[in-house]
Write a new protein. Structure first.
Length: 448
């Protein structure tokens, strides 16, 4: 006899079996598929990159009509003990292949190819464009395209950019926008020229540049961290201040006594034994000036500080959520001061490179706006030291390429070749990078 349900629990005995409920009929087959929905911003970026790649492909097709002869790429300089064979390619087919790679990548983006396929196509398009452009530039020329010179020049141009990018990256990781890298470059270069000439010491010239870079960083931190002045405006003011001050001191004092105040010694290339003897790679990587080695060692150092130390964790916490960092006992203003001042050390040293490794003297606007390219580099590098350094190498490659192409006498207007690195910067930042996420509190003043 079944128990009644009258609002009271039915009486059961210890040996009574527990009734089981058959739930097989209640289980309904459910099939669900997850589909990635492309946001409007992602779609806009995908289409803009596709259009850009299509334009690059069309440009290469036009250049193919102007190309002729054979492009010769020399892997060794005339004075190298080991002479590697030259690479010779027909210019027109190489340019056309580069154009087809660009157009194929553009089609893949338009047709919404899978992300991994798109990445592979974009890499192929970038390499194809560079190869096609070089084939056009070197095709039928009297002189060979010196590949070793291209890579040596790339590292030479990238070295100060790496220092500047690390300096700006450190400040922005803590939430302080630093657009005053150009000011730190200029002031560091001026101090290195003055102190390096008076002491005849490369070390003291570098130290002077680092100190002045810290001083510029202190001005930025004083007004933006302590007095809560708009950080971008303050950076622009410091750039104007450094340009005017160094230009005035140069005109009024240094030009009248160059031997006393503006004639520094120069760093010489340091040859790493055994490794420098490796054909092709050795002279490029292991026969550089000391500051080039310092730049890449600094990348590792900054990465370690930011991602493997307690101090770096505090810096990143302050840059993301200063209020939360304050609640756990972190002094937000002190951490921001520390990050900006340490960034000033790297940016100031980057400024000394122009004097101590390149020219041996200071001239007006010696950095030529490279501080702003350093800003673009760490933005493209998503505020990560390794990626930022890679972007610096990219800009160094483009800058050296403009010089190499000019030497080949291609007929391009020299004024266009001068602005080529800046055009590449605009294209890379606006067209290829897409959406990047800065530290959440970057540029936001913190008032306790």
């Amino acid at each position: 006899m079944s128990p009644r349900i009258d609002g009271k629990l039915p009486k059961t005995t210890p040996d009574a079996p527990v009734p089981s409920v058959d739930t097989t009929k209640a289980q309904l087959p459910v099939s669900a598929t997850l589909e990635h929905t492309e946001s409007a911003e992602d779609k806009s970026h995908r289409i803009s990159v596709a259009v850009l790649l299509a334009i690059m492909g069309a440009l290469l097709l036009f250049m193919a009509t102007k190309a002729s002869g054979t492009a010769v790429f020399a892997l060794s300089n005339a004075l190298d003990s080991v002479q590697l064979p030259k690479i010779e390619v027909p210019a027109v087919p190489c340019v056309i292949i580069g154009a087809l790679l660009c157009l194929g990548s553009a089609a893949g983006l338009f047709l919404k190819a899978p992300p991994k396929v798109r990445t592979a196509l974009n890499i192929a398009a970038g390499l194809g464009f560079v190869a096609g452009f070089l084939a056009w530039a070197a095709g039928g020329r009297t002189f060979d395209f010196l590949v070793t010179n291209q890579f040596n020049g790339t590292l030479a141009y990238a070295t100060p950019l790496i220092f500047g990018a690390l300096g700006g990256l450190l400040g922005e990781r803590a939430g302080v926008v630093n657009v005053a890298i150009e000011a730190q470059f200029l002031s560091g270069a001026f101090a290195a020229a003055l102190v390096g000439t008076m002491t005849k010491s490369l070390l003291w010239g570098m130290v002077a540049g680092a100190v002045v870079g810290v001083a510029m960083g202190a001005l930025l931190a004083l007004f933006s961290v302590k007095y809560l002045v708009d950080q971008v405006v303050m950076g622009v003011v410091l750039n104007s201040f450094a340009t005017g001050l160094t230009g005035y001191l140069y005109s009024q004092f240094i030009t009248t006594a160059r031997e006393q105040y503006n004639d520094t010694p120069l760093f010489q290339a340091v040859r790493v034994p055994v490794l420098a003897d490796i054909p092709f790679i050795g002279p490029i990587l292991f026969q550089q000036k000391p500051m080039a080695y310092m730049a890449f060692a600094s990348v590792v150092l900054v990465w370690f500080l930011l991602f493997r130390t307690k101090w770096g964790l505090r810096v990143r916490a302050v840059g993301e959520h200063p209020e939360a960092a304050e609640t756990v006992g972190i002094n937000v203003r002190a951490v921001r001061w520390q990050a900006v001042l340490l960034g000033g050390v790297f940016a100031g040293i980057g400024g000394t490179y122009f004097v101590l490794s390149v020219s041996g003297q200071f001239i007006k606007s010696i950095s030529s706006g490279m501080g702003f390219i350093a800003i673009a580099a760490f933005i493209m590098g998503r505020w990560r030291p390794g990626l930022a350094a890679l972007m610096c190498v990219f800009f160094g490659f483009v800058t050296q390429l403009s010089t190499q192409v000019q030497n080949l006498q291609t007929g391009l207007d020299s004024r266009f070749l001068v602005i080529l690195p800046y055009v590449a910067t605009i294209v890379a930042v606006a067209g290829l990078v897409g959406r990047v996420r800065a530290p959440k509190a970057d540029g936001t003043n913190y008032d306790k």
